[in-house]
Design a protein around this ligand. Structure first.
Ligand SMILES: C[S@@+](CC[C@H](N)C(=O)[O-])C[C@H]1O[C@@H](n2cnc3c(N)ncnc32)[C@H](O)[C@@H]1O
Length: 454
């Protein structure tokens, strides 16, 4: 409502605004706010005053009040790009990131060439975990401002954050790649070029590319991490196989015959086993694929995976999993929170074996169903020492005569790590005796637990 009909009121409003702006410039923000509000109370030039007032309230660290001012402006000017942008930033500041997205998206739609708004939308999207959309916004902003180092940093940060640290060493692991390619070629030689290949967990698309290069006409791949799936599509196209390899950005459990696959697959290739054999969904994934996506006699690569291991002593690794007296205090109770599984890499080699290699758990991946298992394994102790746990590695069987493993004697810094499965507490063992271990899995983790020494 305006009360500017009388010249006196108009003058009062004008004077208040002029004073407010002068005070604002001098840094007397409290007094400036009062005068802005006097001018606004007269209904004077609200569209120009409200952004100034909101900005001032922001500087006074009063985001709730700033939000009221932005909303007041948007009530009369719903498509005010600056107000929408600032409202989004203010909501984000208040921790209301979900609510911040709509005004920021609208601001970007109204002002599509504004890299700052795009960058801010991306920050908020990343904050709420919508990383793929965030990356697209950062990329659009960077295209508008190619020299902006902040944007370049964010594009790299989000891209690399989508991919675990072991992914590139895994891709560079030539013996692994060669083993997969040998098995894939052998399978296609048997099944023929019309065999339907399903690649679960495409990553870069490498195994699908190998299958296409081996002559197969149709590969359906899926990758559940959308940013990685998008990259796989790019890589497949860059290598000239887009006509034969299709990458779907979804988990295998969301594929269906009659949709992504026109018929059950004759060959399954996948590399979704973690260093400690099982992650949360591996067995579910294989069972689901057998039940819904594969021909009954489908070739499965790899066809089996075995967790291998040996009993170890290590002062170095003990310090990662056990705690005792510290600075004269008994902190040993904290050992209950020590890592049960500790991935170890090429630099963590300070351990000694106290037994020969043992087969711990074998998974037949051609099997349609897997139950949890638990059995007693009697490990002959070959050297005396303080056993801290079992160092475990993987052996996979890909095809007749084609195997691959990350045995610690010859494999360092590839994609797979060896894993220490620590005991709840160290156990003194003597050469010539045996140590009984419960070994098995609960479908989602490997179980290795000492039963008794003797
Ligand atoms: C170890 S990487 C292997 C990548 C590629 N196949 C290779 O060998 O270079 C496994 C990939 O599988 C994906 N993945 C795991 N389980 C999946 C599933 N059930 N459906 C789709 N993708 C899956 C992960 O996101 C990851 O990118």
């Amino acid at each position: 409502m305006t009360d500017l009909a009388s010249p006196d009121r108009l003058n009062e409003a004008r004077t208040a605004l002029a004073e407010a702006m002068a005070l604002h410039e001098q840094g007397d923000l409290a007094a400036a706010e009062r005068q802005y509000r006097v001018a606004l109370a007269h209904g004077y030039r609200a569209v120009e005053i409200l952004p100034l007032l909101a900005g001032l309230l922001g500087r006074l660290s009063r985001p709730e009040d700033a939000l009221v001012a932005w909303d007041e402006l948007l009530a009369t000017e719903p498509d005010h790009a600056v107000a929408l942008h600032e409202k989004g930033l203010t909501l984000h500041w208040l921790g209301r990131s979900d609510a911040a997205i709509a005004p920021l998206e609208r601001a970007c739609a109204l002002d599509p060439d504004n890299p700052t708004a795009l960058g801010n939308l991306a920050v908020v999207l990343a904050d709420v975990g919508r990383n793929q959309e965030a990356l697209h916004c950062f990329r659009r902003a960077l295209a508008l401002q190619p020299d902006n180092l902040h944007l370049r940093h964010q594009v790299r940060r989000l891209g690399s954050g989508a991919v675990p640290f072991w992914h590139i060493p895994m891709m560079n692991d030539a013996p692994r790649n060669d083993a997969f390619e040998a098995a894939i070629k052998a399978a296609i030689a048997v099944a023929g070029p019309d065999a339907r290949v399903l690649d679960i967990g495409a990553g870069s698309g490498l195994l699908s590319l190998m299958a296409a290069r081996a002559g197969v006409r149709k590969v359906v791949a899926c990758e559940m991490e959308p940013l990685i799936a998008e990259m796989a599509q790019t890589i497949v196209a860059q290598n000239g196989y887009a006509g034969r390899v299709t990458v779907h950005a979804k988990p295998s459990t969301e594929l269906a015959i009659g949709a992504e696959l026109d018929a059950p697959a004759d060959i399954l290739v996948s590399e979704i086993l973690s260093s400690d054999l099982l992650t949360e969904k591996v067995l579910d994934t294989f069972e689901d694929a057998h039940r819904r996506l594969l021909a009954p006699d489908a070739i499965v690569i790899p066809r089996a995976a075995t967790a291998m291991g040996c009993l170890v002593a290590s002062d170095n690794l003990a310090d990662y999993v056990f705690v005792g007296d510290v600075s004269g205090f008994d902190l040993s109770a904290f050992t209950a929170f020590g890592p049960q599984r500790l991935p170890i890499h090429g630099t963590m080699t300070g351990w000694q074996r106290l037994s020969d290699d043992q087969e711990l758990v074998r998974l037949d991946l051609t099997q349609k169903k897997h139950d949890a298992t638990l059995a007693r394994l009697r490990i002959p102790v070959t050297a005396s020492g303080r056993a801290v746990g079992i160092v475990q590695w993987m052996h996979i069987d890909l095809w007749e005569g084609v195997t691959f493993d990350n045995h610690p004697s010859g494999y360092h810094d590839g994609g797979w790590l060896q894993v220490l499965h620590s005991f709840p507490e160290p156990i003194e063992v003597t050469a010539g005796e045996t140590l009984d271990i419960a070994v098995g899995h609960d479908r989602i983790t490997l179980i290795l637990m000492p039963l008794e020494s003797g």
